[in-house]
Design a protein around this ligand. Structure first.
Ligand code: CTP
Ligand code: MG
Length: 271
């Protein structure tokens, strides 16, 4: 059984709208709903645990109850850091869960292909993350603004979610992080510090984390392009259907004309 944990308990400070950005509307649906629907369309995952602010649990539960097409879900209270939100969700994990995926609620544009690739690699090796190759040169810079070094770009990847793990591995990684007071910036970091191997699967450039208002505009553009593509396709199909209808009509009209002509000729002969 594969369970997906969605940390969605942030306050969206950088989005600057004064509320949890996961509940913001993106082209007609809340971001969180779009993210959950993206995973609901994948038959390799079974159920969800969503971590939101303690005071948002009721509101979000009601909202998701009213949303058709979602996989079974539970809503739990998150914590003051993303890691604590995931930790709370892990505590609610069913004993039947074998693989657990963690996915930022703020990444609604994730594709089925990426989800399936992470699930498959997690089943195979126990620890998998989605990532894309770094496009920019990245420098290590000292606190005083002086460049220290330039890591080889060919080895640099920008990490995304989903990240997928065998449940026993991720639970143990979280237990040890708590014990050591370690706070990581992604889930895999907690697994890496146990000395375990984490495998990268190539993600998708569109799977951005909606962090600032500019990211929202980018997401709107992607969704707008998809909608336009779908609309063009259906106009094209409608055009083809209309063309076929006209052909049939033309055939019928010429049949009818031939019958009228034959009748007229018969009448002519009778005279
Ligand atoms: N998250 C969480 N619990 C927290 C902080 C973050 O569950 N205490 C979640 C967010 O809701 C988001 C994901 O982790 O889906 C990635 O975090 P981020 O993009 O940093 O979101 P926020 O923390 O909400 O944004 P900001 O850092 O700008 O305040
Ligand atoms: Mg944050």
């Amino acid at each position: 059984m594969v369970t997906v944990i969605f940390p969605a308990a942030g306050v969206g400070r950088r989005m600057g709208v004064g509320k949890n950005k996961a509940l913001l509307n993106l082209c007609g649906k809340p971001i969180l709903v779009r993210t959950l629907l993206a995973f609901s369309g994948c038959d390799k995952v079974d159920d969800f645990i969503v971590a939101v602010g303690a005071e948002e649990v009721d509101e979000v539960s009601r909202m998701l109850d009213k949303t058709p097409g979602l996989k079974p879900f539970r809503v739990v209270a998150g914590g003051s850091e993303r890691q604590y939100s995931v930790q709370n969700a892990l505590a609610a994990l069913s004993p039947d869960a074998e693989i657990v995926l963690v996915h930022d609620a703020a990444r609604p544009l994730v594709t089925t292909k990426t989800i399936e690739a992470v699930v498959a690699e997690a089943w195979r090796s126990g620890a998998a993350i989605a990532a894309v190759r770094a496009k920019n040169t990245i420098k290590i810079v000292r606190g005083d603004g002086v460049v220290e070094s330039t890591p080889d770009r060919a080895k640099l990847w920008e990490v995304q979610t989903p990240q997928g793990f065998r449940c026993d591995i991720l639970k143990e990684a979280y237990r040890r992080a708590e014990q050591d007071g370690y706070l990581g910036t992604d889930d895999a970091a907690l697994v890496e510090r146990m000395g375990l191997t984490v495998h990268v699967v190539e993600g998708d450039e569109r799977n951005i984390k909606l962090t600032t208002p500019e990211d929202l505009w980018t997401a709107e553009m992607f969704l707008g392009r998809d909608a336009l593509g779908a609309a063009k396709e259906s106009v094209k199909n409608a055009g083809i259907e209309f063309g076929e209808m006209l052909d049939e009509l033309a055939d019928k009209v010429s049949d009818a004309a031939a019958k009228v002509k034959a009748y007229a000729e018969k009448q002519e002969e009778k005279k």
